[in-house]
Design a protein around this ligand. Structure first.
Ligand SMILES: [Fe+2]
Ligand SMILES: [Fe+2]
Length: 293
């Protein structure tokens, strides 16, 4: 099965295009900073996503996995634009699985109004009905005869502007542990997907202000899966790293659309295991680095 994993597209519309009533409350200052600073590097995101959908079609992708941060501030306008931009992937022959990023659950108000669920809720289904214990999480998708995806939500609002850390709720970690023994997942290669990276490229944990609070508990639960891969984003760099004692390797997709850092992963996964190839943006198109698995 051919799998495209991408992340952190951060669709933003510019300050002038956000209706006043749609401002996400307290985090406005942080949002303005994002749009004026890093946000500028996502200006070509919509055009690039169109090209990525063409790439997926041409390369016969069977499954698309998105690991969060559709938007910059979680406004309705951004969510609508992001949904429209990923619709070609949803409408294609490939399956589409996604989890939210911290920018999609940006403020308590965004969460209270259920904006992520409003725009992406129809995609949060689970093939193992009793798997979800925390809203739709963890969701489990069984694909073909030999692949499965488990999606976990590690994102939450961070009311303090300088903090952007995440945490997978304990109930989801416990559910993940019990999924490791389920017959439905036996003999399948399992993609374990969440927004936050449990380790950085050099194998060290991310910082307390930016990382996954319970990364060790998550990795311990992932170690229960013999054949699998941990897919994440949040860190806008494309990398792979192994953690001693944890079978599934970590693949961070980085950002598919951030100017000069655009990257993603393309996998061939099945009963035999996983072959990974790194993808990049050429300036007009997306292409693969066959030598950089
Ligand atoms: Fe991000
Ligand atoms: Fe993020």
């Amino acid at each position: 099965m051919r799998v495209l994993h991408f992340s952190d597209i951060h669709i933003s519309l510019g300050l002038a295009e956000i209706p006043l009533f749609d401002w996400p409350g307290k985090r406005m200052a942080g949002g303005v900073n994002f749009l004026r600073g890093r946000g500028r590097r996502f200006k070509g995101a919509l055009r690039k996503l169109g090209r990525l959908a063409e790439f997926a079609e041409t390369d016969s992708v069977d499954l698309v996995i998105f690991s969060g941060d559709f938007t910059a501030m979680g406004t309705n306008a951004e969510f609508a634009a992001a949904r429209e931009a990923i619709q070609p992937f949803v409408d294609s022959r490939a399956e589409f699985v996604c989890v939210p990023g911290n920018h999609d659950l940006y403020t308590r108000r965004v969460v209270r109004r259920g904006r992520f669920e409003k725009h992406f809720g129809d995609l949060l289904t689970s093939d193992v009905e009793d798997a979800p214990v925390d809203g739709p999480w963890p969701l489990v998708r069984l694909l073909g005869d030999d692949v499965a995806v488990i999606g976990l939500n590690s994102a939450r609002p961070n009311p303090v502007p300088w903090k952007s850390s995440g945490r997978i709720p304990d109930a989801q970690i416990a559910a993940l542990r019990s999924l490791a023994g389920r017959p439905e997942l036996e003999d399948r290669f399992v993609f374990l997907v969440t927004h936050y990276a449990p380790r950085l490229a050099d194998g060290s944990p991310d910082t307390r202000l930016h990382g996954l609070e319970n990364a060790d508990a998550f990795l311990e639960a992932c170690a229960g899966f013999d054949r699998g891969a941990i897919l994440c984003g949040h860190v806008h760099r494309t990398y792979r790293v192994r953690v001693p004692g944890v079978g599934p390797e970590i693949f961070c997709a980085g950002s598919a659309t951030m100017h000069e850092l655009e990257g993603f992963w393309l996998f061939d996964a099945g009963a035999d295991g996983l072959a990974a190839t790194r993808g990049h943006w050429t300036g007009d198109d997306y292409d693969l680095h066959p030598s950089e698995g």
